[in-house]
Design a protein around this ligand. Structure first.
Ligand SMILES: [Zn+2]
Length: 146
């Protein structure tokens, strides 16, 4: 059986069949056959178990138009959050770490204007937003940057 690379990657990362099917727009039966062909155990009953925080984060996102990635998980006081191994994390912070390979300085949030977007390239920290404002001011003048 030929197994799509994206399906195999998500199966190895510990995602559930239904979550993979939803994310990739594939048939759940195809995912189940791929799981069996790879020799991976069936979905455990109960809540899904993720091998990494990033895998758990990814399972709660949904691609949208223009490169946005929408959060489908819990939102607490306007901030998308994820609980992993008993700890709560900001989905923006995880997105920033994925996109920049380091921890953010100051508060991080999306700067693309799309509410609920957690696309790693759309989330920036305090110094990153300041750089963007300065760049916009240099290009368009001070009024446009506010
Ligand atoms: Zn966005």
């Amino acid at each position: 059986m030929k197994i799509r690379a994206d399906i195999a990657e998500l199966l190895h990362a510990g995602h559930r069949d239904n979550a993979i099917a939803k994310q990739l727009g594939a048939c759940p039966k195809t995912i189940a056959r791929a799981r069996a062909a790879l020799g991976l155990p069936q979905n455990p009953p109960g809540r899904p178990v993720y091998n990494t925080l990033e895998a758990a984060w990814h399972a709660h996102t949904e691609p949208a138009d223009s490169g946005h990635l929408l959060w489908t998980g819990t939102v607490n006081s306007g901030v998308p959050v994820i609980r992993y191994k008993g700890q709560r994390h900001s989905a923006y912070l995880i997105a920033y770490r994925i996109g920049h390979s380091r921890d953010p300085k100051g508060r991080c949030r999306p700067d693309c204007g799309r509410p609920g977007c957690v696309a790693p390239s759309h989330v920036d920290d305090g110094p990153g937003r300041a750089r963007t404002r300065a760049l916009l001011a240099a290009i368009f003048g001070e009024e446009s940057a506010s």
